[in-house]
Design a protein around this ligand. Structure first.
Ligand code: NAD
Length: 471
């Protein structure tokens, strides 16, 4: 099928490349000339596994890049809108980019097409998109608006798209549903998975992908409710971690104990420094705001957000309690991205913590396998960058782990011990076993577990124990 994807960011670029891999003819449209130039020149503007491979496979054949939205719409039967929906100051979603695309495409609709919301949008957006397209002169018989929310996670975006838990399509006409069924047929029939060169199947996925057809309003709500639920799961386990710290329990053991209950499941029970990224923070706020407009006071979501913010403050308090004063202290920081596997730093809790520590006068050297370039674009020049985890640690008063990159969970502990000025690690992602760290000579702080010390004695403790509180 001929398909246009408007917006070639984290979602649009991955969706476009994957739709081309499913056999469709895709035009990716963006209004950012730098991004388009990079894409046309063979660059991959975001860090995502398998994406460079798919782009080089289809670029110039089944996947083309353009700034001509009108022409792309004219040539396509389905137009996916994947532009940003950032939060406004009031917390609701800014839909001006979606509206601008809807306005622009109406004059190019001369035969039947479906306009598909791929961006995360509040309920009722499809009705507005339809209204805007009609207001700008399109024939009501010539188009349907559908919702096809995207559930991909940055870091595993390509495999999430191709091996989804489910595909949700919200359509109010059979005709629109048929078009979307046809687009996803290679995944729902399983024909994609046996084709030569298919991206390999990740663990814990089942094929073929089920498709769930709903009304457009239900599909819009499914996306907001899913993200709000996942954010709630993170805040829940972070609150449990706080209780664990107060009573001397181990949150990892608690997670194992509750996560093995099938009704709960182990995923997203990872205590840490809170959720971030371009989706959860804004989507929880937007869902809260939508509910309020509909007359429901969704206070549970306020608490989800409050716990999330507290989690960062708690981590900062932990750094203070480990180091006493902060002004002039040298800190090594591992991780800037909001999660492992991506270069995305939008609403990254790691960045927020680094900014707070810089403000308190710390000298920070950070390392991230993918996100340093993006960080350099937005952070003050006070922050120094290293070429490896060991370089970030070298000569530091303590090492902070802020992103769960796999390579940070497999460090050479002897080398790290030698590189640090004081062997103190404050781990916001629980990547290590406290006992192993103590046995390796570290004072180790994590989330929801008691701090561990070599020989049970805090590093740098005064001989009589004054002034140093054992956590
Ligand atoms: P992004 O900011 O990375 O990309 C948006 C792109 O749209 C940019 O390249 C921008 O230049 C382009 N754009 C804006 N206005 C345009 C216009 N009028 N014409 C053409 N191009 C235009 O955003 P993203 O992270 O890809 O997110 C897009 C949407 O998908 C959001 O609603 C987001 O909530 C949702 N979503 C994101 C993720 C994720 O992990 N990032 C996952 C699921 C859903």
């Amino acid at each position: 099928m001929h398909v246009a994807v408007v917006g070639s960011g984290y979602v649009g670029l991955v969706a476009g490349a994957c739709l081309a891999d499913l056999g469709h003819e895709v035009i990716l449209v963006d209004n950012d000339p730098h991004k388009l130039k990079a894409l046309k020149n063979g660059q991959t503007p975001i860090h995502e596994n398998f994406l460079p491979e798919l782009l080089s496979r289809h670029r110039g054949h089944r996947l083309n890049f353009s700034d001509d939205l009108h022409e792309a719409v004219r040539a396509s039967s389905a137009i996916f809108i994947a532009v940003g929906t950032p939060p406004t100051d009031r917390g609701d979603a800014d839909l001006s980019y979606v509206e601008s695309v809807a306005r622009e495409i109406s004059s190019a609709i001369s035969e039947y097409k479906i306009v598909v919301e791929k961006s995360t949008v509040p309920v009722y957006t499809s009705e507005w998109v339809r209204r805007i397209i009609l207001r700008n002169g399109a024939d009501p018989e010539c188009f349907d608006v559908a919702s096809n929310p995207e559930f991909l996670r940055e870091g595993t975006a390509v495999t999430d798209f191709l091996y989804p838990d489910r595909i949700v399509v919200g359509c109010d006409t059979d005709r629109a549903a048929q078009v979307l069924r046809k687009i996803y047929e290679p995944l729902t029939s399983g024909s994609y998975y046996v084709q030569a060169g298919a991206i390999p199947q990740p663990d814990r996925t089942s094929i073929p992908a089920p498709i769930i057809v709903t009304t457009t309003k239900s599909a819009e709500l499914i996306k907001h409710a899913s993200n709000a639920f996942l954010a709630m799961k993170i805040s829940f386990i972070n609150a449990v971690a706080t209780v664990c710290e107060s009573v001397g329990a181990d949150v990892n053991q608690v997670c194992h104990g509750i996560g093995t209950d099938n009704r709960i499941g182990p995923r997203f029970l990872n205590p840490g420094i809170g959720y971030g990224g371009s989706c959860f923070p804004k989507d929880v706020m937007a869902f809260r705001s939508v509910a309020r407009e509909c007359g429901y006071d969704f206070r549970l979501l306020d608490e989800v957000m409050r716990i999330n913010e507290d989690q960062r403050d708690r981590f900062l308090r932990k750094v203070r309690s480990a180091l006493w004063t902060l002004r002039g202290k040298r800190l090594g920081v591992l991780g800037l991205a909001f999660k492992g596997g991506t270069d995305d730093i939008r609403e990254s809790p790691a960045i927020l913590i680094v900014q707070a520590l810089l403000q308190e006068g710390c000298k920070i050297t950070a390392y991230d396998p993918a996100a340093m370039e993006r960080t350099q674009e937005v952070m003050s020049s006070n922050l120094k960058y290293a070429n490896s985890a060991y370089e970030a640690a070298a000569g530091s008063d303590a090492l902070l782990i802020l992103t769960e990159w796999e390579e940070f969970a497999n460090l050479d502990l002897d080398r790290l011990h030698g590189d640090l000025k004081y062997p103190i690690i404050i781990d916001g992602r629980n990547l290590y076993d406290p006992e192993v760290m103590a046995a390796s000579g570290f004072t180790y702080y994590s989330v929801g577990r008691a701090a561990s010390h070599p020989d049970g004695v805090p590093t740098g403790a005064l001989k009589n124990g004054n002034g140093v509180k054992k956590a």
